[in-house]
Design a protein around this ligand. Sequence first.
Ligand code: MN
Length: 228
Amino acid sequence: MIGGYDAPVISNPQIILTMKFKLIDLPYAKDALEPVMSEETVSLHHGKHLNGYVNTLNKLIEGTAFEDKCLKSIVKEAEGKMYNQAGQILNHNLFFLQLRPKDEAKKAPTGKLLEAIEKEWGSFEDFKQKFQEEAAGLFGSGWAFLVADKDGKLSIDKGSNAYNPITEGLCPLMTADVWEHAYYVDYRNVRADYLKALWEIIDWKTIEEWYAEPEQAVKCACKASKAE
Ligand code: MN
């Protein structure tokens, strides 16, 4: 006893739990994406679905070789349930970071990104059409992406469940979540209407910044979930 005060004894300091990953802070208010995406959808999608993936991943990595790895490494190296949670976090962070309220979002790319899009698809409108077709045609739950390879060449990539292009050595730049939870409240079963409306809130200023150094997008998405 020191000065009449019993200092607490921590018998095993290692018991103190650390949360490795955190839920991303959205760069806008939950109702700011209306009418394209309702407050209810954003609240459920961010606060329930994404939060669930973060909590589950934090539990899964405890005491494993992945405990001290970054999100990107877990997506690249883990398998099964752990890959699914980490892939979903990375994809959702990208998804939420690329969105802005309708009146703020830059609706179309310019400069180098526009040139690269025109090179592959002829025009931005043709790209949007092709992207919508690919995303609408993905069977079941998954993700569609605009990606760049190491030389900056663009393509559309997609995959089921928690698929992320970094597993194929590609850099995701823009993405559409086509899990039903992304659109069911606002668009019911009509995925095509959701995809068409999504262009109103995708911010091409953010995507241009990412395209300037294509690995930026994943870096930003990983950083957004770092708890430290
Ligand atoms: Mn989702």
